[in-house]
Unconditional design. Structure first.
Length: 131
């Protein structure tokens, strides 16, 4: 064995359905297990046009970097907002609550997290970002 793993991020199981979200609006495909990650994790997120994640989340230990690869949007970080254009990267410390909203053409992001903490490191707050 070569010691590496390969996965197509768009073919990993969509975990958004486990949050009760319609896959036409939201996909989150977490590849940490499929890639056998030891020290990090990587996920693909797709949000439909003008869709806002219906929850915020933060971590106990894991730092994340979000990279917008297509579309546009904004991310709420505690009480601040950052506009996202393609190839914008945002590093988020574990304790910062975050949530993403897509622009009018939708948004596709890659999220990278480290260290690999496995399940239970994240705290989710439904309805955290509301107008």
């Amino acid at each position: 064995m070569a010691g590496y793993a390969v996965a197509n991020l768009k073919e990993v199981d969509n975990q958004g359905v486990h949050f009760g979200l319609d896959e036409r609006d939201y996909e989150i495909r977490m590849a940490r297990v499929g890639l056998e990650c030891e020290h990090c994790g990587v996920s693909y997120k797709r949000l439909a046009p003008s869709f806002r994640e219906p929850f915020g989340h933060k971590h106990k230990r894991q730092e994340e970097i979000y990279v917008l690869v297509a579309g546009s949007g904004r991310i709420k970080l505690d009480d601040e907002f950052v506009d996202l254009q393609p190839w914008t990267a945002v590093r988020i410390p574990p304790e910062t609550m975050r949530s993403v909203e897509a622009g009018p053409e939708g948004a596709e992001l890659i999220a990278i997290g480290a260290p690999n903490t496995g399940p239970g490191d994240g705290d989710t707050v439904p309805g955290w970002w509301s107008d």
